[in-house]
Design a protein around this ligand. Sequence first.
Ligand code: PLP
Length: 222
Amino acid sequence: MNAIAQHLQKFKSELNPFNCQLIAVSKTYTSEIVKQAYDAGQIHFGENKVQEMVQKQEQLPKEINWHLIGHLQTNKVKYIAPFVHLIHAVDSLKLLAEINKEAKKCNRIIACLLQIYIAQEETKFGLSFAEAQQLLESDALKTFENISIAGFMGMATNTSNVAQIKSEFESLQLFATRMKEKIQLPNVALRHLSMGMSGDYKIALAAGSTMVRIGSAIFGSR
Ligand SMILES: *Cc1c(COP(=O)(O)O)cnc(C)c1O
């Protein structure tokens, strides 16, 4: 077994008891390397750039489920709408409207997560809890028949302070629980929490993550 297959195996057994999905984050790695992970049984892959994801989608087996995990610009939605499996980082109603429009053209329903800003850092995208609730309660959302909101995504602060990371993840879990009770719409089913990367996934698992996005711990450092 090669190193990638070994790492995947390790994560599989570690995530199994938590019923958590592994998204192998393949950004910056070549299609040949992604193929090694695919051959080892991995079918969920995450990319943070539209162009790179489209290129790999063309080169690799169509069975792969592609997750867009990075910031998405409105004018690029059309390139991924025909095939994307899940968009993790939706952070505005305008973007959601565009995804709905392009999904309709493809006769698809595209699953989306709302990215929530939970870190104490200036650089990260996302909605505040209040903005996310506003979006979920908006009249516009009710008219979007070609998207479904499947949950939330959050990135914790890049810090060695475990207590801080834990409280950031837990705040998102708490918010998700409240929204699940509050929002009852045909196009909203809040079952996923995309939280945790190579450095903090153990903390995310303990806080109820259902999808971890792991790159370097599988493929090696970039
Ligand atoms: C790169 C990236 C990851 C994976 O990071 P690693 O530290 O390599 O595991 C997860 N989520 C997002 C949004 C990313 O951009």
